[in-house]
Design a protein around this ligand. Structure first.
Ligand code: AMP
Ligand code: GLY
Length: 424
């Protein structure tokens, strides 16, 4: 079967890498892909938001299955578009329709869903521009730090955690009345601050049954010791050592089952990944957020640990036969360290040649922001450039291998965090 993956990051490279190992795989296509995906798939230079063009390319290339990497096409209704077209309807899609994607597309919607289904999460209220005074009054009832979240998609930047009430009031006003995050902050969720250690849990569902994929922990800040600006993610480890069987059982009973059952009860057909951002407070899990896709760079450690045939799992998800499959997970740990362009997440240069990609056989190097030159050379083309994944008995051993591999890769002003897993 020919399969298309939408997106162009390390996540999409990892999905294609795993699909490529399947016995029954046909041709692979990446939209738009990067220099790494080009080695496994044909890159099609289309925008992930150009549904018409993607639909035409899917027909032309006899695609049977499409995996949607990023959230934007899901929130914009890619599945709804495919289902509405007679000639595309036979194509399996891994990724929810617009209504299910609201779990990521609207924090207010996600919080209300959790409260309807008694899923543990921080106490909250949400406010629109007309409720500024009520928002100020709600802030008075909380203790610092204050957590303000833009309701809509804000490319991972829409959450503010503020120490003083004065700052929180100011930012609330900027979000609601001055469009600080554009239309995304026309509504703001204010919630209780939870203190604990974070982890991510990934669920694959066909809308009826589900499989729990390996856990992961990512490192979002640019600086060592989790300091400095937020990034898309600087590294990740899987499994998460503190997510033992007892804790996983709590996550399944209190969060995963009520989420999947809640979607069913509300007649929200959901086919795809659910990425649950969690925080462990004392011994209990709370949901920080839902995402309706896999994480990046978490995918680069979760997917390499899946031992089952990935095409079969994806087809079963799309066809509603997930209950007939088994999920096998490697007991080995995996880590990934992300090499970024100097200056990222601020401004950075592009177009630096990347050297040493031939000397990486101890690791799997997933490409993120890379572009191939006409002579076969590979150049930087984004903030996050490469995700260097390795296996080991435990995450420490795996990390050593990733760092060793990184020593052999060069591009101008390359940066990476030397302390992935420091808090575990
Ligand atoms: P989100 O975009 O919802 O994942 O939030 C970004 C980050 O803000 C999370 O990864 C957490 O580190 C932090 N965060 C979000 N909500 C809370 C909360 N209620 N309490 C403490 N930290 C939070
Ligand atoms: N690494 C966090 C995310 O993909 O949202």
């Amino acid at each position: 079967m020919n399969v298309m993956v939408l997106g162009s990051g390390g996540r999409e490279h990892a999905l294609l890498w795993k699909l490529h190992q399947s016995k029954q795989i046909g041709k692979l296509y990446a939209v738009p892909g990067n220099a790494g995906t080009a080695a496994l798939a044909k890159n099609l230079p289309l925008s992930v938001e150009d549904f018409e063009a993607i639909g035409n390319a899917a027909l032309e290339n006899e695609i049977g299955l499409i995996l949607v990497g990023p959230e934007v096409p899901l929130v914009q209704g890619f599945r709804d578009f495919v289902e509405a077209r007679e000639e595309l309807r036979h194509i399996g899609i891994v990724g929810p329709a617009k209504v299910g994607a609201m779990l990521e597309g609207s924090k207010d919607y996600a919080k209300a869903f959790m409260s309807r289904h008694n899923i543990p999460t921080a106490a909250y209220r949400s406010f629109g521009p007309e409720d500024l005074e009520a928002g100020y009054a709600f802030l008075e009832t909380l203790t610092p730090p204050y957590v303000l979240k833009a309701d809509g998609l804000a490319a991972g930047k829409g959450v503010l955690i503020l120490d003083s009430l004065a700052e929180a009031r100011e930012e609330l006003k900027a979000m609601l009345l001055e469009a600080k995050f554009g239309a995304a902050s026309a509504r703001v969720v204010i919630e209780e601050f939870l203190s604990g250690i974070e982890l991510s849990c990934f669920v694959l569902t066909d809308g009826n049954s589900y499989k729990i994929l390996p856990t992961a922990k990512d490192y979002k800040r640019i600086g060592e010791g989790d300091t400095g600006l937020n990034t898309g993610g600087m590294g990740a480890v899987s499994p998460v050592p503190f997510a033992d069987a007892g804790f996983m059982q709590k996550i399944e009973e209190r969060i995963i089952i009520p989420t999947v059952e809640g979607l069913k009860q509300e007649n929200i057909p959901y086919v795809g990944f659910i990425f649950i951002g969690l925080i462990k407070v004392g011994d209990d899990p709370y949901v920080i957020e839902y995402n309706v896709r896999m994480g990046d760079p978490e995918t680069e450690v979760v997917i390499p640990r899946i031992a089952s045939d990935f095409l079969e799992l994806m087809q079963a998800t799309a066809n509603g036969t997930l209950h007939k499959t088994t999920l096998e997970v490697s007991p080995e740990a995996a880590t990934t360290v992300v090499m970024v362009s100097g200056g990222y997440p601020g401004s950075y240069a592009k177009g630096h040649e990347i050297l040493g990609l031939g000397n990486t056989s101890d690791s799997v190097v997933f490409h993120a922001g890379t572009q191939a030159g006409p002579d076969g050379s590979v150049h930087t083309s984004g903030g996050r450039v490469l995700a260097v994944t390795s296996y080991g008995q435990d995450f420490k051993e795996a990390l050593k291998t990733s760092y060793k591999t990184i020593e052999g890769i060069q591009f101008q002003d390359a940066n990476f965090r030397k302390d992935i897993g420091f808090d575990l």
